[in-house]
Ligand binder design. Sequence first.
Ligand code: GRF
Length: 199
Amino acid sequence: MKRLAILVSGRGSNFEAIARAIREGRLDARISLVLSNRADAKALETAASFGLPHHCLPSQGVATDEWARQAVDLLTPLDIDLICLAGFMRRVGQPLLDAFAGRILNIHPSLLPAFPGLDVQQQALDYGVKFSGCTVHFVDAGLDTGPIVAQASVPVLDSDTAQTLAARILVEEHRIYYQAIALVLSGRYRIEGRRVRPA
Ligand code: GRF
């Protein structure tokens, strides 16, 4: 069975959606480790309640690449097939990118390449777009720039706040992330330029 590591920093609803998909037989995989860079991440409690291995590697005051080296040391013996960033609020660092080249996914709450970075629901509102959504993409050295595996769109309503828009997008995040993970784990895709296509 394919092995996942989930990297989290906070609430962990995307992690929980993945864990539920596995538990309910919608995703054939095992979560070998939930790794947080923050001790106060709610995702760690959720991992415990699911009986999943979890660990905190604090990142405060630790350089990005040093944290990444520590993470590689933890993950390498676990024989991880795919790393899934799920609300991981840090750059992953070159040592992780090197050790898991082409095997790191992220979910981002906008239709990339629109609105990379932080506070993206507010950015979408401020820009005045009529649709936003979410994107699952491979992680490369850029900020939210890797090849796109899956996207889903939602309407932006006149009455939206950043919170209501985020909630509408989150429903779609939970729906598409585990499906994108299943595709990548199946290996039935190829990357041509930036395009991820069925193989
Ligand atoms: C999600 O909106 C995700 O797209 C973004 O950070 C948020 C994390 O939420 N990267 P959660 O921790 O998965 O609930």
